[in-house]
Write a protein that binds this ligand. Structure first.
Ligand SMILES: *[C@@H]1O[C@H](CO)[C@@H](O)[C@H](O)[C@H]1NC(C)=O
Ligand SMILES: *[C@@H]1O[C@H](CO)[C@@H](O)[C@H](O)[C@H]1NC(C)=O
Ligand SMILES: *[C@@H]1O[C@H](CO)[C@@H](O)[C@H](O)[C@H]1NC(C)=O
Length: 255
């Protein structure tokens, strides 16, 4: 009986999870960021509507989540230097010259959810537009570290999206605990990390960075389909340090 119930539960959970990750994943229970205090933040857009977050990692490349691009014919643009997406003071829109999805990403799972966007031209850096460092080889973030996330996504589960950039602090969780909560099918201890805090990410925050100190260590990937900022199924981030050689190869080859 127990097995049947679990199977039913799993079956009802599966399409739901897939759907959520496909749609995109502000910030619930956060606060408005000081305008332009996170000059690496990017709004990834389709048809000039915000769909995901992203972040500038050089003067030519934006990192985001692979699931933010629904299929190989969807066209994305990025908005840099923004705070309030309704106003375009200080912000600039760039088109994407080429899309570099991780070769092992498929739309059937949450693994390798990482995408690099090569912009049409080099970005002119200024006070509102700067890139953020990614981790050095072999660096790992300890469980319990306090880091932060930011985004223009929903302010509550099924709630409205924010026009102004929101942010919150989060704590990095123990990876084995994440694996216990999500299960091995969804969670990879070597390629993902998960966090929890008073606030958390929600739909529309996917692709944004998990920032520890002055380094982007994760890419917002997926969470509980029924509740943003859930402790039962904590939010999961693609662990950037697991992808450094692929990232370097792409930048070297396409720069
Ligand atoms: C791919 O995405 C584009 C733009 O979102 C859409 O118009 C098109 O129908 C999609 N194609 C497929 C095969 O899903
Ligand atoms: C993709 O997965 C295969 C098989 O696990 C692995 O050998 C390969 O290195 C992966 N590709 C990248 C770019 O990490
Ligand atoms: C997933 O990818 C496959 C192969 O690229 C494609 O045929 C299929 O339409 C995609 N499914 C969704 C839901 O986008």
């Amino acid at each position: 009986m127990m097995t049947i119930i679990s199977l039913l539960l799993l079956a009802s959970l599966l399409p739901h999870l897939t759907f959520t990750a496909r749609v995109n994943v502000g910030i619930v229970n956060g606060k408005e960021a000081e305008p332009h205090s996170r000059p690496y933040m990017v709004s990834v857009q389709a048809k000039e509507h915000h769909i995901c977050g992203g972040f500038l990692i050089s003067d030519r490349f934006v990192m985001t989540a692979a699931h933010c691009r629904k299929n190989s014919s969807s066209v994305l643009t990025v908005v840099l230097g923004a705070h309030d997406l309704k106003k375009n003071e200080n912000s600039v829109r760039f088109t994407v010259e080429s899309y570099h999805q991780h070769p092992n990403y498929t739309n059937k799972s949450f693994h390798n959810d990482i995408l690099l966007l090569k912009l049409e031209k080099n970005v002119q850096l200024n006070d509102n537009i700067k890139w953020i460092s990614i981790p050095a080889e072999g660096s790992d973030i300890e469980a319990g570290s306090v880091c932060s996330i930011a985004g223009w996504g929903r302010l509550a589960t099924k709630g409205k999206r924010s026009d102004r950039l929101m942010e919150t602090d989060v704590k990095v969780m123990n990876n084995m605990e994440c694996e216990r909560k999500w299960g091995k099918k969804y969670f990879s201890t070597s390629q993902m990390m998960c966090v929890h805090g008073d606030g958390g990410s929600c739909n529309g925050d996917s692709g944004g960075p998990l920032v520890c100190g002055d380094t982007a260590v994760g890419v917002t990937s997926f969470g509980d389909p029924d509740r943003c900022n859930s402790l039962k199924l904590p939010e999961v981030y693609t662990k950037i340090s697991a992808y450094l050689s692929w990232i370097k190869d792409i930048i070297k080859k396409f720069n």
